[in-house]
Design a protein around this ligand. Sequence first.
Ligand SMILES: Nc1nc2c(c(=O)[nH]1)N=C([C@H](O)[C@@H](O)CO)CN2
Length: 120
Amino acid sequence: MDTVFIEDLRIDTVIGIYDWERRIRQTVALDIEMAFDNTRPAATDAIADTLDYKAVSKRLIAYVEAAEFQLVETLAERCAAILREEFGIAWLRLKLAKPGAVRGARAVGVCIERGTRPGG
Ligand SMILES: Nc1nc2c(c(=O)[nH]1)N=C([C@H](O)[C@@H](O)CO)CN2
C-alpha cells in the first residue's frame, strides 16, 4: 500500500484539561500516514493527480489553530474526520503528540487508525 505522509507538523493550539491550560497555547505535533495510490502521479508528474501534502497541512493548521479541545483524543479524531471527508482518504494513521506535557517524557499523546486499508 502506498502512502503520503506528513511528519512532525507542529501547530499551536488551546488543548488541555486544567484551568492553566485553557489560558495558554501549547504546541502539538502531528505525524500522519495516508493511503494513496502514488502510481498515477508518478506517471503523469502532475500535482493535480497527487494527494497534495501541502494542501492537507494547510487545512490541518487552520483547523488546529482555531480548536479549543480538552483532550488530545478529540482533536485527533476531528483531524482524522477532516482528512477522510474532505480529502477522500480511505485509510490513515494519525499520531498526535503533546511535547513536554509530562515531566520526564519527551512527548505524550495518541495514535489512531481510521478507515480500511486499500487492498487489505
Ligand atoms: N489520555 C489523555 N490523558 C491526558 C490528557 C489527554 O488529553 N488525554 N490530558 C491531560 C492534561 O491536559 C495534560 O496534558 C497536562 O499536562 C492529562 N492526561
